[in-house]
Design a protein around this ligand. Structure first.
Ligand SMILES: Nc1nc2c(ncn2[C@@H]2O[C@H](COP(=O)(O)OP(=O)(O)OP(=O)(O)O)[C@@H](O)[C@H]2O)c(=O)[nH]1
Ligand SMILES: [Mg+2]
Length: 567
């Protein structure tokens, strides 16, 4: 094979979009149509959203690879998360692709994260294909959407070739695609044909010394740690001797265990994988994301991945409450917490962990509330027990001034909720940039506000809009710290003694405020809700009535303590 070969048998393509625009549904349809499942096999929906939290919340958290074969070509498809908090995942995997499917909801049009991921993809030189999805929606505006995406491309393209991006209209749920809206599609073939035509096949040096950039890690108890990445140069085979070029330079000689490639949802061992292919390599215990697996004679490291900075931090600390040790399945001392957080750092590339003020406290920084909330929930389910502080924004000094992250926040809600929403944002110091009403009576409000003002807004918005409001944010940059209006919170409600909360006691509390626990919850003297009114002067201390043998009904909490709702 000569140098600079073109791998015509291969295409590597990433699917990028704003949250919920239908990426995973489209991958489902591609897998089902390529008949990778036997007739009798029962496959559910959102096959790629395979971890428990993803299935529960209906969102993608981790980027994942799959592949389909079409007209003799293997298409490696990388599904990415659309939520801004998981942006680090997108940055991590885009380097494996040569082209991208930019999915845009025909009714919503380009949203904040559409712009963020498109900019990243174009900066890496990926060739985009515009996929206008959900054309079946009643309020779909495919023409306007295409126009808006073209405007975005004009603004963000780094070379002229990226501008002539083809447009495909799809209905991901039905699994149909068409190049022309006047003709209804019947299968996804038009989309696959466009990928073959427009995504450049990998142009690679196959007979050079090996270089493989590790973009992801996986682990299973049988194979141990697995490095996932694209072979950039040369080829890799089981048993081959390699070195690992880490942040501190090349390691000693190591031996490759197995080399696997992804076929649909299976990982298949192969005898050899050549440049251009995305592979999974076992046998290297201390490999990290960003490392280069290289030939021992030519330990040339590829540029390490760069991911955006975190904006929010929280303190994780050892549980020191009176309830410590009641629920933990795992020992959660500071040493265990540290080990768990360090393990998380291996794969969660946008996360940062630093030592806190004491040995029991860790400062954990992430991209947003959801990023940290998912980590907390994952650790909780694993059986760890720990305390977390309120999230706070990360600030830094720039030219002698304190600066903080500022975000653009787009809110979609019904016209009848606009008053309540604008009031809530106004009192938080957010600045309204624009307001647009669509034909269906929906309103889109665009705000600019410091991240600090948006903490906790998502759940308030859901309450104000009766669950219909949708909020999306995008980091704009860092600006000088400015004073915000004082929080309107009137104080906190606390339990005056330890015990179990009962419905009777909570009933009295509800008149005074919004409790966030339900009957049956064990309490100790700490905060149990937010009052609606400031406390009267010299208010008597909160006291529960004596328990009179009434059995507390199993009611749900009035508001969750940990906000994991995202829509
Ligand atoms: N009407 C309609 N709904 C669709 C279509 N494609 C996807 N959906 C729905 O849109 C919702 C979100 O779909 P997902 O595939 O999870 O979206 P996603 O882009 O993967 O979301 P994240 O990974 O969380 O960013 C689901 O309820 C789908 O059923 C479509 O073509 N038409
Ligand atoms: Mg998804």
């Amino acid at each position: 094979m000569v140098n600079g070969a073109v791998r015509d048998d291969l295409r590597n393509v990433a699917i990028i979009a704003h949250v919920d625009h239908g990426k995973t549904t489209l991958v489902d349809a591609l897998l089902k149509q390529s008949r990778v499942f036997a007739e009798h096999e029962q496959v559910g929906e959102l096959i790629m959203d395979s971890n428990d939290l993803e299935r529960e919340k209906g969102i993608t958290i981790l980027a994942k690879n799959t592949s389909v074969r079409y007209r003799g070509v293997k298409l490696n498809i990388i599904d990415t998360p659309g939520h801004a908090d998981f942006g680090g995942e997108v940055e991590r995997v885009l380097g494996m692709a040569d082209g991208c499917l930019l999915l845009v909801d025909a009714a919503e049009g380009p949203m904040p994260q559409t712009r963020v991921v498109l900019r990243q993809a174009l900066a890496l030189g990926l060739r985009p294909i515009i996929v206008v999805n959900k054309i079946d929606r009643t309020n779909a505006r495919p023409d306007e959407t295409v126009e808006a995406v073209h405007d975005l491309l004009l603004e963000l393209a780094t070379d002229s070739e990226q501008l002539d991006a083809p447009v495909i209209y799809t209905n991901g749920r039905e699994g149909t695609a068409t190049r022309d809206l006047r003709m209804a599609g019947t299968t996804l073939e038009p989309l696959l044909d466009t990928v073959l035509e427009h995504v450049p096949p990998p142009r690679v040096v196959i007979d050079g010394p090996l270089q493989l950039l590790v973009s992801a890690l996986d682990h299973d108890s049988y194979r141990g740690r697995m490095a996932i990445g694209r072979v950039v140069r040369g080829s890799i085979a089981p048993g081959q001797s390699v070195v690992l070029c880490g942040a501190e330079g090349p390691s000693g000689l190591q031996r490759v265990g197995q080399v696997l490639t992804v076929e649909a949802l299976e990982r298949m061992p192969v005898e050899q994988a050549r440049a251009g292919e995305i592979v999974i390599v076992t046998g290297m215990a201390d490999v990290a994301i960003g490392d280069t697996i290289a030939d021992p004679e030519h330990p040339d490291a590829l540029p390490r991945l760069e991911v955006g900075e975190p904006t929010l931090r929280m303190q994780f600390s050892v549980n020191a409450s009176p309830f410590a040790g009641r629920e933990a399945k795992l020992s959660s001392t500071s040493r265990q917490l540290r080990a768990r957080l360090e393990r998380e750092l291996l794969t969660n590339v946008a996360l940062r962990v630093a030592d806190g003020p004491t040995a029991d406290i860790f400062e954990v920084s992430g991209r947003g509330e959801l990023h940290l909330a998912i980590l907390i929930e994952t650790m909780r389910r694993e059986g760890y027990e720990f305390e977390v502080s309120r999230p706070a924004v990360i600030t830094r000094e720039e030219e002698g001034h304190r600066v903080e992250p500022v975000e653009e926040c787009i809110i979609d809600c019904g016209a009848d909720h606009v008053g309540a929403v604008t009031e809530a944002l106004g009192t938080r110091g957010a600045q309204l940039q624009s307001m647009r009403t669509d034909a269906g009576g929906g309103v889109r409000l665009t705000y600019v506000a410091p991240t600090r003002a948006l903490i906790g807004l998502r759940s308030i918005l859901l309450t104000l809009t009766r669950g219909t409001g949708v909020m999306a944010t995008r980091l704009l940059g860092w600006e000088r710290w400015r004073p915000l209006p004082r929080s309107a919170r009137n104080g906190v409600l606390t339990a005056s003694q330890s015990g179990t909360a009962v419905a009777y006691g909570l009933l009295g509390l509800q008149e005074r405020g919004q409790p966030f626990i339900g009957p049956g919850t064990a309490v100790y003297g700490a905060r149990r809700g937010h009052p609606r009114r400031p406390p009267p002067p010299q208010a008597p201390p909160q006291r529960r009535r004596p328990h009179q043998g009434t059995q507390a009904p199993a009611a749900a909490c009035l508001a969750g303590r940990l906000d994991l709702r995202i829509r």
